[in-house]
Ligand binder design. Structure first.
Ligand code: AHR
Length: 507
């Protein structure tokens, strides 16, 4: 098969913000404890942070990490996680029916963030928490000193403020699974008052409002319209979440998941535009897709996402109740999942005009690209590789691309067998193309027709493909799935192997 991709340098989609390659870590399962933090581990530093984890997080090139949840944040009292560790209380975490030891809190996260070189994005509890708690947390983190909470931070060993810029006003507040779930009207009132106090404490912060995430909820989009009508001018981003699941829809549909993410993002963009137009607002609001990934719910038996909606969070994992850092949501990703994650990355890029922040959910052990063994080693899950390639090569301006290619039919309609995202990297004068070949039977010869970019030839071609799409990386076989570098043979075309995700660099 053959496909041709046309791109003209004059037609932009949008400049890619580096925050497109952000991530998320929650107090959930082994994400923090025995993930980030494992005192006594042979590879832990003097503060108990695993150095092997820090190295991989640095290599992944993640600029911002969202913390501490997730569903967890709606049950969390941040005061429990500060001060002398021996005095911190053990609490029931209702979100994941686990015990939270509070040995890791906001100071530890900020200290770890500094060591790793990432910027924290903090979610406040608008479920069971109060607007005063939210204001106090901004004061604790960002006020220079001379007040109760800022002085307590200094007393706890951190005289300099953390100056945290990005703050999420709660998490998935539209969902009944959320502790302290609110109606759109009640969330609007609470978020508005929290935003007011948080900005009084520090006017420089950027705020993310909870948009709706789950398309099967009856409030989908209507929540956003109601909430944004009052919150639009008080916030900087609209949040949404999107998880892709291989749930028996068949490989053809699963590979086409990028299209579902594309419409999900466009729905959020449309509701922003609607509220802006209806109310004659001036400013633009960007999207913060602060949770996205493949999540196959391997912990439990599910036939479809509809089944999931009937579950309480207590039923969402296989763990016994009230364990400390139980091994839950430890998804094992296959080569097929990795190809799909690469496809989702293409949709993120093709929406660079509206998406400014996107967080791969999550980072370590829990639906994550990095897996650690308690007391032992570490390995990269299959999805690590496409995400790493996106964060490494996905910088510059996304350009419009028109594709002339064979079509195929799936549940989302008729689609091209290839789906590209074309980027012009101004710094290196390179064209970088991420492209998915959804054809399961045949390789596709992919020709690039560039206008106005100067004389560019293919100089690199990296491929994610294989013979067995169920293969997974493990601690014993950590490189079973990895990117393969192909020999470059033609100036303006490459062969995309069947069912593959590709990185092409032209310079
Ligand atoms: O990332 C896992 C969970 O998914 C988060 O806690 C929640 O926000 C989402 O539903």
């Amino acid at each position: 098969k053959k496909a041709k991709c046309f791109s003209d340098i004059h037609y932009d989609i949008g400049k890619i913000d580096d925050k497109m390659y952000s991530s998320f870590t929650e107090h959930l399962g082994r994400s923090i404890y025995t993930g980030i933090y494992e005192p006594g581990h042979p590879n832990a530093d003097e503060d108990g942070y695993r150095k092997d984890v820090m190295e991989l997080v640095k290599e992944l090139g993640v600029p911002v990490i969202r913390y501490p949840g997730g569903n967890f944040v709606s049950c969390y009292d941040w005061h429990d996680g500060i001060g002398p560790k021996e005095k911190r209380p053990k609490r029931m975490d209702y979100a994941w029916s686990s015990i939270e030891t509070n040995q890791f809190g906001i100071d530890e996260f900020c200290q770890w963030a500094e060591k790793v070189g990432i910027e924290p994005m903090i979610a406040v509890n608008l479920g069971t928490g109060s607007i005063k708690d939210a204001g106090d947390l901004v004061e604790y983190c960002n006020h220079p000193g001379g007040t109760y909470w800022s002085d307590l931070r200094a007393q706890n060993g951190h005289p300099e403020p953390y100056n945290i810029k990005y703050w999420c006003l709660g998490n998935e507040m539209e969902g009944s699974w959320q502790a302290g779930h609110l109606s759109a009207e009640d969330y609007t009132k609470k978020a508005l008052e929290a935003a007011k106090i948080m900005r009084w404490v520090d006017p420089s912060i950027k705020l993310v409002a909870c948009g709706s995430s789950y398309e099967m909820l009856p409030t989908y989009m209507e929540w956003d319209r109601t909430m944004l009508t009052d919150l639009y001018n008080q916030v900087d981003y609209l949040s949404t979440h999107n998880y892709t699941m291989n749930s028996g829809q068949g490989t053809t549909n699963y590979l086409a998941s990028y299209k579902q993410l594309d419409s999900h993002i466009k729905n959020s963009a449309k509701v922003i535009e609607y509220v802006k137009a209806k109310n004659h607002f001036d400013k633009d609001l960007k999207i913060c897709l602060d949770e996205w990934n493949v999540w196959n719910f391997q912990d439990i038996k599910l036939d479809s996402l509809d089944d999931l909606m009937g579950l309480t969070t207590f039923e969402m994992t296989s763990a016994g109740k009230w364990e400390i850092a139980p091994p839950i949501l430890q998804e094992k990703y296959s080569l097929l999942d990795a190809v799909v994650v690469g496809g989702l990355g293409i949709s993120l890029l093709n929406n660079a005009d509206t998406v400014e922040i996107a967080c791969l959910a999550q980072l370590i052990n829990v639906i994550a690209p990095i897996t650690t063994i308690p007391g032992g080693g570490i390995f990269k899950q299959a999805i690590y590789h496409p995400f790493h390639m996106l964060s490494k090569y996905g910088h510059g301006t996304v350009k419009k691309a028109i594709v002339d290619a064979p079509k195929y039919q799936c549940d989302l309609g008729e689609l091209n067998v290839v789906e590209p995202a074309v980027i012009y990297n101004e710094e290196n004068d390179e064209v970088r193309i991420f492209v998915l070949n959804c054809d399961q039977e045949e390789d596709v010869e992919f020709e690039v027709d560039l206008q106005g970019y100067g004389d560019k030839k293919v100089k690199k071609h990296l491929v994610l493909a294989g013979n067995d799409y169920s293969v997974m990386n493990t601690i014993e076989h950590p490189d079973a799935v990895e990117m393969e570098e192909k020999e470059v043979t033609a100036a303006n075309s490459v062969v995309l192997p069947k069912m593959s995700w590709n990185v092409i660099v032209l310079g």
